[in-house]
Design a protein around this ligand. Structure first.
Ligand SMILES: [Zn+2]
Length: 214
């Protein structure tokens, strides 16, 4: 399969950034970068008719993902979660078309698996070896799990009063868990500081361009 990913574009000022090297935020204005695709070319090849023959995870949309080489995809089977109609709750809320998408059955039990599958895949493609993030919850376990799958080191900075389940998930998936005596904002400061000191790549929410693609 061929990805139609072409470049990164600043969501605020429109500046184009190269995607062949690690990028975090816009080099001009510091705002979020989004991947962009050659949609005109993609529409000729990537049609809904091809989808039934694809694997049942989010990588079935490979043409619209920012990974160029399929061998760099780091997957644990995320995405393709079921959607249920919710007639009783819908009636109570005054909606005749209420649906619930159950993201809890993702590999690391939350929607964070999608974004971290995308971000860790791109990190692998770019040759990054060590990732970091502050987290008080599900993202930490997701990063740690996907990094383990990719053979990449994961450093997590987590408030020490975060749920034990989230701490254990990082520990058992091989992440370097650092418990912080403070809030998530304090964990963020330390994660950024360690990123500079230890050459770690920060995959915090909206601090790099690829998680959003999951
Ligand atoms: Zn910008």
């Amino acid at each position: 399969m061929k990805s139609f990913f072409t470049h990164l574009e600043c969501t605020y000022c429109g500046k184009i950034h190269s995607s062949s090297e690690p990028q975090r935020l816009c080099l001009d204005c510091g705002k979020v970068l989004y991947p962009r695709y050659d949609l005109e070319s993609a529409r000729k090849i990537f049609t809904k008719e091809v989808l039934p023959y694809r694997q049942s995870n989010m990588w079935r949309y490979f043409e619209m993902m920012p990974i160029l080489d399929e061998k760099n995809v780091v997957t644990l089977g995320e995405g393709f979660t079921p959607i249920f109609d919710m007639p009783s709750l819908g009636e109570k809320l005054g909606s005749s078309n209420l649906f619930l998408k159950d993201e809890g059955i993702n590999p690391t039990a939350s929607f964070k698996a999608r974004g971290l599958s995308a971000a860790v895949s791109k990190a692998k493609e770019l040759g990054l070896k060590r990732l970091t993030m502050p987290s008080a919850g599900n993202a930490a376990g997701a990063m740690s799990s996907y990094a383990a799958r990719a053979g990449i080191d994961a450093y997590v900075f987590m408030p020490k009063d975060a749920p034990e389940a989230n701490q254990v998930e990082v520990y058992f998936t091989g992440g370097d868990l650092n418990l912080i005596d403070g809030l998530i904002s304090d964990a963020g400061i330390i994660s950024r500081q360690k990123a500079g000191e230890m050459d770690l790549f920060d995959v915090s929410t909206l601090q790099e361009p690829y998680r959003v693609e999951g």
